[in-house]
Design a binder for this molecule. Structure first.
Ligand code: TGC
Ligand code: FAD
Length: 387
């Protein structure tokens, strides 16, 4: 019996029946709805918003939240598989789902009061309200503690001034989760995007995540009532807690992108005749393909253990850093290598590797750059903060 080239250790057999079912459902959606259009979306710089209703109806938004808030009560491993299968289509689709689920619904669920949860979560799970997450500012995303955006209390209201940069879903969103300095530390606010003084400006000329909306947010004397403040967290641990959730999903997502590139290139190498034999018959092509299979297998084992730890309530942020660093690096290396094996054909979006490679330039940068995650691990093992 020959092995599955994209799962040499049969990691799939370690999944429960429910987990395998979620993977199959999202895989079908990606194959039938995403892959036929995504190359054109990337070329046109267009996020396929028409897919939102089906993404929502499949239960992929806020999937891990309880059903009373519109979630599907899924496990961390199931959420990871959703990210993996979406990103097999395109990082932009996974980004959309990550931001909605982990960066917008999660903080309302974890730090919001009951009224806020009831007001927003069911409609966000249904895809009727889209969120964006404003943490990064133009002067230094790696160091969010240095944010300049400020919220000042004025009677029963808050007045927010500042700006945010590189915000996924910014021009799609009806609400923004905005993190701002206050006299009492960093706090989070739910800002409806039609509030006077709030504006979003889409960022163009991107060569990465072209099938995703990325924006700058501007807050000019934005006045919101105290009922829009997330009451149950203060300090940097608020946004960083959201990042742990999103980064967890991003440890799984790039495996999907890597598998897409690898399988397409494997098939191409078997077909492509050079010097009278298939390219796949050359030692150097085989070594490259074997190395991809090895790295994908290790990444699959890494995230499954991470997911099991998360489901057991034992996962810590440093473990997420290790996996985000490893799996983004694995995927971008594979995407670039696949582009090379495709030769000239690899430079167009007729084949997926260049699209995935360009997308992964963002994925390896956002949610903590590769260096940030290396330094998190460095700090953990040496006990010395080198930031
Ligand atoms: P540090 O002193 O380490 O921590 C401050 C407080 O936060 C707590 N904490 C965490 N809590 C939960 N999860 C984590 N990962 C946490 N890391 C730290 C920590 O316990 C502490 O709490 P307390 O209560 O004791 O005060 O903070 P630091 O200033 O040393 O952190 C340094 C550093 C570099 C690790 C941090 O600033 C960092 O992670 N920087 C990177 C910023 C980043 O990742 N930005 C991402 C923006 S969002 C985005 O990119 C979305 S893209 C989405 C998409 O399209 O898919
Ligand atoms: P910088 O922080 O300026 O880093 C520049 C370089 O310096 C990097 O190589 C970095 O690794 C290195 N560096 C930083 N600190 C150190 C150090 N101490 N030692 C050594 N090297 C260091 N943010 C949001 O808040 N919400 C979003 O929805 C969102 N979506 C995004 C979507 C896209 C497509 C992109 C590209 C970014 C998005 N971001 C978002 C922002 C993202 O999180 C930041 O780009 C990222 O955190 C890095 O910040 P920066 O771009 O300011 O780079």
């Amino acid at each position: 019996m020959s092995l599955n080239p994209a799962d040499l250790l049969d990691v799939r057999s370690l999944l429960t029946e429910e987990e395998a079912m979620v993977q199959d459902t999202v895989a079908r959606f990606t194959d039938e709805k995403v892959l036929p259009i995504i190359g054109d979306c990337f070329d046109q710089g267009r996020f396929p918003a028409e897919l939102i209703p089906e993404i929502a109806s499949l239960g992929l938004l806020g999937a891990t939240l309880p059903e009373e808030y519109g979630g599907a009560g899924m496990s961390a491993v199931q959420y990871g598989l959703i990210c993996q299968e979406l990103e097999r289509g395109d990082s932009g689709l996974r980004s959309f789902a990550s931001v909605q689920s982990s960066l917008c619904m999660y903080p309302i669920y974890a730090y919001g009061n009951e009224a806020q949860k009831q007001q927003w979560l069911p409609r966000m799970a249904a895809g009727e309200v889209i969120g964006c997450f404003g943490l990064t500012e133009a002067h230094g995303g790696s160091d969010p503690a240095n944010m300049k955006t400020h919220a000042r209390q004025d009677g029963g209201d808050w007045v927010i001034n500042g700006s945010k940069m590189w915000i996924t879903n910014g021009n799609l969103a009806q609400i923004a989760i905005v993190w701002a300095q206050t006299d009492d530390g960093i706090q989070g606010f739910i800002v409806p995007t039609d509030t006077p003084g709030f504006s979003a400006q889409e960022i163009h000329k991107k060569m990465s995540l072209r099938a995703s909306v990325t924006s700058a947010l501007f807050l000019d004397t934005v006045r919101i009532p105290d009922s829009h403040r997330l009451p149950n967290v203060k300090g940097l641990r608020g946004p960083l807690g959201c990042l742990t959730q999103a980064r967890y999903g991003i440890t799984w997502g790039p495996i999907g992108a890597a598998i897409a590139c690898y399988l397409e290139t494997l098939a191409y190498c078997k077909e492509r005749q050079l010097f009278g034999r298939p390219l796949a018959a050359t030692q150097s092509a085989q070594m490259k393909l074997a190395d991809m299979a090895r790295r994908i297998t290790l990444a699959q084992l890494l995230v499954l253990q991470l997911g099991r730890l998360k489901d057991a309530g034992k996962m810590v942020p440093q473990q997420v850093s290790l996996a985000k660093w490893n799996n983004c690096r694995m995927a971008i290396d594979i995407a670039r290598e696949c582009r090379d094996l495709l030769g000239g054909a690899g430079i167009t979006t007729e084949h997926s590797p260049i699209r995935h490679a360009l997308n992964l330039e963002s994925v390896i940068t956002y949610e903590g750059t590769e260096t940030v995650h290396e330094l998190v691990i460095g700090r953990e093992i040496t006990g010395i903060n080198a930031f």
